[in-house]
Write a protein that binds this ligand. Structure first.
Ligand SMILES: NC(=O)c1ccc[n+]([C@@H]2O[C@H](COP(=O)([O-])OP(=O)(O)OC[C@H]3O[C@@H](n4cnc5c(N)ncnc54)[C@H](O)[C@@H]3O)[C@@H](O)[C@H]2O)c1
Ligand SMILES: O=C(O)C(=O)C[C@@H](O)[C@H](O)[C@H](O)COP(=O)(O)O
Length: 543
């Protein structure tokens, strides 16, 4: 395969790119091509109307009449104008005065098409209510009525008659190029562990993958179904032979069966020690992919491309890889460092709210154990911190990665910390209880949700040990609830959870070892905490 397809738009939309034109001008086809090239969404206004109404445009026309449709169209179009996406408007939308007014100041590209061509492209399409009957005649009339308005509204125009959709998309990109934003310089955060590498953070960093992969002969891209399109783009952009390996979603990928299936795929594809694995996805995917790379031929190179907030800020960095087994979370695995980490914040745009909130738990963890500025930034505007790829979110992700990079650079293999000198174990803040909850929930809870409850629990432990004051202990629940995360769990579950905690990796012998704070950004280890105190702290967590 040759390197042809850019992995990310070199420049980015910061405002909508609006396509207008007659039916058959190619707004949908060209809009989708543009969105792919610019790494953003394409939104067809008619499809949004149909989805909102649960009826086709044709039915709305037939049953409610054109004025009712135009009103729906006005509302939807105005809603869409704050999206940094390619937006295809219905052919008649620009005729509505309120839409004309709202389009002022926007980039509006008119895809010009001659009536004959438009009629040929539309054919006898019965979904277009205004063209029923004599398509050519109707089209000519429509164009005569609309052309002056299209011309007045357009900031750019492309004559499409002699061009293929790809050529039209090229022409549009050329025209609007000056209005697009230069890519922000990705920030590189270096990890200086056993094999130094960089974590690149910012929009479009996926474009760096071909350089990281170099002249590697074979690359396996392990990904969940949600990232199948991105995996295909990666494959098209690499000159290596790529094996796209779709994994079960989320935690279901972290099993010994999936691991073994991946080994079979690498064997079939003839993977040797000079080949490479890419883990593209959330933390569950990169944990599994990393363990595949760590175990295949006793270790081949590995790149992480995290696509969740949680993956970026935590899982993709630091080389902890592994799977779950019925006895517990991450009980089997290896330390295997990636050769590079690409945190392309554009990938976060398709995450749903639940995942965005879940990821914020590990961000907040980094705030409590090391960088309180993160807490201030989230508290100042939680909603803003949850805007995917927004400035505030990118800043707290970057700060969280910096915490993780610093900690693992100092202690890659998680030595046994002492109360006076804590290493990597600090990253396990909240995790002892969280992993037990995840096991009890058969790994159906989001990891960040469990961490949220787990952090409230260790804050309650620290409060009772007299290590933190009430304000710091209470700040945990207040902040995590503001983010929309759970902070309570089933009060009756303590005996079962406590039993699971006996298998925690930080334990030594029969001694339970918990990460707690003895002040803001001062993590420490509490060993052999009194069992009654633990039970009380748990009860307080559940209240
Ligand atoms: N190795 C480490 O150091 C480390 C650190 C923290 C967490 N983890 C592990 O990470 C896992 C949790 O990671 P997670 O929260 O990312 O969960 P996840 O990997 O399960 O992903 C969450 C969901 O989001 C979907 N998804 C991923 N990227 C998407 C995108 N860009 N758009 C739309 N959907 C997308 C996934 O398909 C999945 O359904 C846990 O298994 C945890 O143990 C590991
Ligand atoms: O990187 C680490 O070290 C961590 O502890 C990070 C945690 O946030 C993460 O959940 C990790 O997977 C937990 O590792 P485990 O060794 O407790 O399974």
């Amino acid at each position: 395969m040759t390197a042809t397809t850019p992995l990310s738009g070199t420049r980015h939309l910061t405002a909508p790119l609006i396509l207008i034109g007659a039916p058959g001008a190619g707004k949908s086809t060209v809009g989708r091509l543009l969105a792919e090239r610019l790494g953003c969404d394409f939104i067809d206004a008619d499809e949004v109307i149909e989805a909102r109404e649960g009826r086709t445009v044709r039915d709305i026309f037939a049953y409610d009449g054109e004025p009712a449709f135009r009103e729906l169209e006005r509302v939807v179009t105005l809603d869409l104008l704050d999206r940094a996406a390619v937006i295809g408007l219905g052919g008649g939308a620009p005729m509505t005065p309120a839409i004309q007014e709202a389009l002022a100041g926007h980039t509006v590209v008119w895809l010009e098409v001659a009536a004959g061509h438009a009629a040929d492209r539309v054919g006898l399409n019965v979904a277009r209510p205004l063209l029923l009957g004599n398509v050519r005649g109707q089209m000519r009339k429509l164009l005569e009525a609309r052309l002056p308005t299209y011309a007045a509204l357009a900031t750019h125009r492309v004559a499409t008659d002699e061009l293929t959709p790809d050529q039209v998309a090229d022409a549009v990109i050329d025209l609007v190029h000056p209005t697009l934003q230069e890519p922000a310089m990705p920030e590189a955060i270096d990890v200086h562990a056993e094999h130094p590498y960089s974590v690149l953070v910012g929009p479009g960093t996926l474009a760096e993958l071909p350089a990281l992969v170099g002249d590697t002969r074979r690359v396996a891209v392990l990904h969940p179904a949600a990232l199948a399109d991105v995996a295909r783009r990666i494959s098209a952009a690499l000159s290596a032979e790529t094996a796209l390996v779709e994994l079960p979603d989320g935690e279901q990928a972290k099993t010994v069966q999936v691991l073994a299936a991946c080994w079979d795929r690498l064997a079939e594809a003839g993977f040797t020690r000079s080949d490479l694995v890419v883990g593209l996805g959330g933390g569950a995917t990169t944990d599994l992919a990393g363990f595949v790379a760590a175990s295949w031929l006793r270790g081949i190179r590995f790149v992480t491309v995290p696509s969740t907030v949680l993956g970026m800020v935590d899982a993709a960095v630091g080389g902890k890889t592994g799977i779950n087994i019925p006895a517990g979370k991450n009980l089997v695995g290896a330390f295997h460092e990636p050769i590079g980490v690409l945190c392309d914040t554009d990938l976060l745009r398709t995450l749903d709210q639940r995942e965005l909130r879940s990821g914020m738990a590990e961000v907040v963890k980094c705030g409590f154990i090391s960088d309180p500025r993160i807490l201030d930034l989230v508290e100042a505007d939680v909603a803003d911190a949850l805007v995917p790829a927004g400035e505030r979110q990118t800043e707290v992700i970057r700060r969280g990665i910096a915490v993780k990079a610093r900690v693992v650079s100092d202690d890659l293999r998680e030595r046994t910390s002492t109360a006076g000198a804590i290493g990597r174990e600090q990253l396990n803040y909240g995790h002892t209880l969280a992993h037990a909850i995840e096991k009890r929930e058969h790994f159906q809870w989001r990891h960040g949700e469990a961490i949220s409850v787990g952090m409230v629990f260790v804050a309650e432990v620290a409060r009772r040990l007299g290590l933190v004051d009430d304000a710091l202990a209470d700040r945990h629940r207040t902040l995590l609830e503001a983010v929309g995360l759970p902070t309570r769990y089933d009060a009756d579950a303590w005996p079962e959870l406590r039993a699971t905690m006996a298998l925690d990796k930080k334990n030594r012998g029969t001694t339970l070892r918990l990460v707690v704070l003895r002040g803001l950004a001062e993590p420490t280890i509490a060993e052999a905490v009194d069992e009654d105190l633990l039970a009380e702290a748990y009860a307080a967590t559940c209240r």
